[in-house]
Design a protein around this ligand. Structure first.
Ligand code: NAD
Length: 360
């Protein structure tokens, strides 16, 4: 039976980068017999303009019934003055919550051809390939109680709660273990077990889960050291797993090691491995509609979908090899072009399709 992909272009450059990704998907269907069906729906500002909500019931329903979701990006200047409850970004949060996407996978890959794009020395980052697995639906961002209260002396006090159940740690570490098995079989769990009881428990559960993956080398690192090591010697890491807040910070840090926001894909998965796949960047309203955006982060998000949800590793590899090939050939959109003439969004999409066909 064919698998169903829901396509949500969203707003801004979302339309352009998703169109190129659909081109790549069509190429896999027609030339390599990939058996998938697609549907398309509205989300974000585009959905608000039609339905007065950034996440119409119909879109959420289609997402729940699809095997995987491909999202472009949401947001834009014209929706910035809306009430926060109906801003485009709420559509994204609603999808994550509605689909119970608790595992966020953020690879930080630096293609050797783009080593100059990083602010770090090329020898430190060239060939970098880290996968950060961030817990996405728990921890301090969601813990209760939270708020700002007034003390007896009239001073105000802000408070949040860091809380993780064993089951929440268990399931995210399992996801990370499975991923490590598909890579170099090394997993570093990041915590602050020397100070926070909650992450002391995190470490204990990680060790317990680790017993079921004897082939994976499990290590632990305090988050402050992890931040330091990421900029000192990032290639020491294979897979990292961590809490919601630590993952938020470390994955942005790791992404910036690569220096190119237009190159990085991401995935958010539920317990069955169903997922939403999207580039890490936003809708880039400053360049929307100009055929300038880099579509590779979205195209690589499709590759992640094929690998992690649709179990089509060979198809994923075709895309990743093609991206490598076009970079070797010197194709660069403006965000990764340090000299010479940049190619357009659609020229980059065409080049990836051509590289896939060439390799067949
Ligand atoms: P952004 O990621 O959209 O843009 C930051 C900078 O990077 C801009 O200069 C932009 O031109 C550039 N850029 C981003 N993606 C690019 C690409 N593929 N190719 C070339 N250049 C690219 O972040 P922002 O400007 O802070 O936010 C713009 C809008 O996007 C806001 O409405 C924000 O809320 C939204 N946003 C959405 C998501 C999402 O949908 N997941 C994530 C972040 C921001």
């Amino acid at each position: 039976m064919s698998k169903k992909i829901l396509i949500l272009p969203g707003d801004g450059i979302g339309h352009e980068i998703v169109a190129e990704t659909v081109k790549v998907l069509q190429c896999l269907r027609s030339e390599f017999a990939l058996n998938v069906e697609t549907e398309q729906a509205l989300v974000g500002g585009a959905a608000y303009d039609v339905h007065a909500t950034p996440l119409p019931d119909e879109t959420l329903d289609l997402a729940k019934h699809a095997d995987a979701v491909l999202l472009g990006a949401v947001g834009g200047y014209q929706w910035e003055s809306l009430d926060i409850a109906v801003r485009p970004e709420k559509g994204l949060l609603g999808l994550r919550a509605g689909l119970d996407l608790f595992a966020n996978l953020r690879p930080a890959i630096l293609y050797p051809q783009l080593a100059d794009a990083s602010t770090l020395k090329p020898e430190v980052v060239s060939g970098l390939d880290i996968m950060i697995v961030r817990e996405l639906t728990g921890g301090i961002y969601f813990g209760q109680p939270r708020g700002v209260r007034e003390l007896e002396n009239g001073e105000r006090e802000g408070f949040n709660t860091l809380v993780y159940k064993e089951s929440e740690v268990d399931r995210i570490v399992r996801v990370a273990m499975d991923i490590a098995m598909k890579r170099d079989k090394r997993l570093c769990s990041v915590d602050k077990a020397n100070v926070l009881e909650c992450t002391e428990l995190w470490r204990e559960v990680a060790n317990r889960v680790g017993e079921s993956w004897p082939d994976v080398e499990l290590s632990h690192m305090y988050v402050d050291n992890a931040a330091m090591q990421l900029v000192r010697e990032p290639k020491q890491f294979d897979v990292m797993v961590t809490t919601n807040m630590f993952g938020d910070i470390l994955s942005d840090c790791a992404a910036m090691l690569t220096g190119s926001i237009g190159m990085l894909p991401s995935a958010s998965l539920d317990e069955q491995g169903k997922g939403m796949y999207e580039p890490i960047h936003g809708s880039a309203p400053d360049i929307a509609g100009k055929n300038q955006a880099n579509p590779l982060a979205t195209i690589l998000s499709l590759a992640m979908m094929l690998r992690y949800t649709l179990e089509e590793a060979e198809m994923a590899q075709r895309i990743e090899d093609a991206v490598n090939h076009v970079l070797d050939q010197g194709f660069r959109t403006q965000d990764i072009c340090s000299s010479g003439k940049a190619v357009s969004t659609s020229e980059m999409g065409d080049a990836v399709c051509a590289a896939m066909l060439e390799s067949s």
